[in-house]
Design a protein around this ligand. Structure first.
Ligand code: NAP
Length: 475
C-alpha cells in the first residue's frame, strides 16, 4: 500500500492541514493501491505563498543554471525509470511496454527538449526603437489530467522552469503517484525551495483554490472542456492568464489510393492506444465509399494484433479504462451509438470475453455513422471508432471540420496533392501525415473548443513568459 498523505511545499514534505484522504485504485484489479491527501484551500495558500516568495530569486536565475537544472532533472528522471514504469502500469492501467515506450519516454523528452530549447531561446530582442525583454510570468498553477501521468505534467514543468516561473502543481487524483515521484526527483536534484510545490487533492477543492487564488498569475490547465471553461471564469476575476489544453474528436481521412490494410491498422492503433484515452486520438475514420467494406474486413482480420488484458503482460496492447466512471461513460456511448442507428462492426457493450474483473472495454467499431450522431460529435475518451464514408476529397474535409473541436487531424494515403490539401485545410492544431513521428519541438494545442495556447518546445516556454517593451533604453 502506498500512503503518500503529505504535500510538498517550500522544499519539504509537510502534513496537510486537512485529515481527509483519497484512495487510488488499480483499474485492472479494482483494488485500492494507496491513498493521498485530499488537500485543502489552506494547503494551496501555503504553496502559493512559497511560490511567491521564491519567485524574485528564481526568476533571475541565469539561463545556464536553468539549463543545468533541467539536465539534472532529466538525469534523475532516467534514474527513476523502473519506479515510473511500475507506478503508471498500476495507477493508470497502462500496459507495461507502453508505460515505458510512451509514458516514461514522453516525460523524459520534455525535460531534455526544454533544456535544448533554452540554450538558444531569445529572451531579448531589439525592434524599432524598443528593447524587448521576455520575463517569467510569475506564480503558475499547473492542473493536469490522469491520462498521461508524466507527459502532461512534465511538459508544463519543463517549460515553466525554463522560463523561470515558480509553481503550484495539482495532478489528477486518480493517478497521483507518478507526480509524487517527480516531486522526489525535484527534491533530490535540489530545485530551490518554493520553486516547485505539489498539492494533492480534488479538483473541486485544490483545483478551484488554485484557479481563484489572487496570487496565482497564470493557470496552465489540461483536462475537459467543462472544467476548462469554469476555470477560465474563476480566473477572470483577477484577470489571470490561462492556457487550456482540452478535448478532441479528431478525424483521420483515408485517401482513395491508400493501402487498405495499412490504413485499417493505423485506425485501430489510434483508438486502442492508451485505451482510447488520448485527447488527440483519431476517432472518426473518414473513408472513401468504395473502400468501406474492405476497410471493415481488414480491421476484423487485424483486431487480434491488439490484445486487450492484463497491463503487466508484455503482449498486452490495451489495458482498462482508468476508472469505473470512465468505463460507464464508454458503455453509455456504445448504447447511444446503437440507439441512434449506427451499426456495430467490431466489439460492443460489456467486457471482452474471458475478462470478468477490471474496467476493461472492447475495442469497438461503429459503421454507418452519420457525422451528426452523438458518437461522432462528442469526445468518448475510450476505444470507440466511428467510420464515416465520403464521395470526394472536398466532402471528406467538410466532414473532418464539422466538429466543435480542433486538436488534431490525420491523413493517410499516397497522392501528394491530396495529402497537402487535407493537411492545409483541416482546422486543427496538429496534423499528422502517414503516421509521421511526433515532434516535441513543434507546438501542441488546439483550435476551437480544443483549447487556448500551445505546449512543447519554445512555444511551451513562451506560455510562461510576458514580453516587456522598453523604449529609449540606453545602450
Ligand atoms: P478533468 O475532469 O477536467 O480533470 C482535469 C484536472 O482538473 C484534474 O486534475 C481534476 O482534478 C481537475 N479539476 C476538476 N475539477 C476542477 C475544478 N473545478 N477546478 C480546477 N480543477 C479541477 O479531465 P480528466 O477527466 O482528468 O481528463 C480527460 C480530459 O482531458 C479529456 O477531455 C481529454 O481530452 C483532456 N485532455 C486534453 C489534453 C490536451 O493536451 N489537449 C491532454 C490530455 C487530456 P481531480 O480529477 O483530481 O478531481
Amino acid at each position: 500500500m502506498l500512503n503518500h498523505t503529505k504535500q510538498y511545499i517550500n522544499g519539504e514534505w509537510v502534513e496537510s492541514t486537512g485529515s481527509h484522504t483519497i484512495e487510488v485504485v488499480n483499474p485492472a484489479t479494482e483494488e485500492v493501491i494507496g491513498k493521498i491527501s485530499s488537500g485543502t484551500e489552506e494547503d494551496v495558500n501555503r504553496a502559493v505563498l512559497a511560490a511567491k516568495e521564491a519567485f524574485p530569486t528564481f526568476s533571475k536565475m541565469s539561463v545556464n543554471d536553468r539549463v543545468k537544472l533541467l539536465e539534472d532533472i532529466a538525469e534523475e528522471y532516467a534514474n527513476r525509470k523502473e519506479d515510473l514504469i511500475k507506478i503508471m502500469t498500476e495507477e493508470l492501467g497502462a500496459p507495461i511496454t507502453k508505460s515505458e515506450e510512451i509514458h516514461y519516454q514522453m516525460g523524459l523528452t520534455h525535460f531534455k527538449q526544454a533544456a535544448e530549447e533554452l540554450k538558444t531561446f531569445k529572451f531579448t530582442e531589439e525592434r524599432g526603437n524598443s528593447y524587448i525583454q521576455k520575463e517569467p510570468i510569475g506564480v503558475s498553477g499547473l492542473i493536469t489530467p490522469w491520462n498521461f501521468p508524466t507527459n502532461q505534467i512534465s511538459t508544463k514543468l519543463a517549460s515553466a522552469l525554463a522560463a523561470g516561473s515558480t509553481l503550484v502543481v495539482k495532478p489528477a487524483s486518480k493517478t497521483p503517484f507518478a507526480s509524487i515521484i517527480l516531486a522526489e526527483i525535484f527534491d533530490k536534484v535540489g530545485v530551490p525551495k518554493g520553486v516547485f510545490n505539489l498539492v494533492n487533492g480534488s479538483g473541486s477543492t485544490v483545483g478551484e483554490a488554485i484557479s481563484s487564488h489572487p496570487n496565482v498569475d497564470f493557470v496552465s490547465f489540461t483536462g475537459s472542456g467543462a472544467v476548462g471553461s469554469s476555470l477560465m471564469k474563476n480566473a477572470a476575476d483577477d484577470i489571470k492568464n490561462v492556457s487550456l489544453e482540452l478535448g478532441g474528436k479528431s478525424p483521420l481521412i483515408i485517401l482513395k489510393d491508400a493501402d487498405v490494410k495499412k490504413a485499417a491498422k493505423t485506425a485501430l492503433a489510434q483508438i486502442a492506444t492508451n485505451t482510447g484515452q488520448v485527447c488527440s486520438a483519431a476517432t472518426r475514420m473518414i473513408v472513401p465509399e468504395e473502400m468501406h467494406d474492405d476497410f471493415i474486413e481488414a480491421m476484423k482480420e487485424l483486431i487480434t494484433e491488439f490484445p486487450v488484458g492484463d497491463p503487466q503482460d508484455k503482449n498486452t496492447f490495451m489495458g482498462p479504462q482508468v476508472s469505473e466512471d470512465q468505463w460507464e461513460t464508454v458503455q453509455s456511448y456504445i448504447k447511444k451509438g446503437e440507439e441512434e442507428g449506427a451499426t456495430l462492426a467490431i466489439g460492443g457493450p460489456g467486457r471482452p470475453d474471458g475478462i470478468d474483473k477490471g474496467f476493461f472495454c472492447k475495442i469497438t467499431v461503429f459503421t454507418n455513422v452519420q457525422n451528426h450522431m452523438t458518437i461522432a460529435q462528442e469526445e468518448i475518451f475510450g476505444p470507440v471508432m466511428s467510420v464515416i464514408t465520403y464521395k470526394d476529397i472536398d466532402e471528406a474535409i467538410e466532414i473532418a471540420n464539422d466538429t466543435i473541436y480542433g486538436l488534431a487531424g490525420y491523413v493517410f494515403g499516397n497522392d501528394t496533392e491530396e495529402l497537402k490539401k487535407v493537411a492545409l485545410n483541416i482546422r486543427a492544431g496538429q496534423i499528422t501525415i502517414n503516421n509521421s513521428e511526433a515532434d516535441m519541438s513543434a507546438p501542441f494545442g488546439g483550435f476551437k473548443h480544443s483549447g487556448i495556447g500551445r505546449e512543447w518546445g519554445d512555444y511551451g516556454i513562451e506560455e510562461f513568459l510576458e514580453p516587456k517593451a522598453i523604449m529609449g533604453m540606453p545602450s
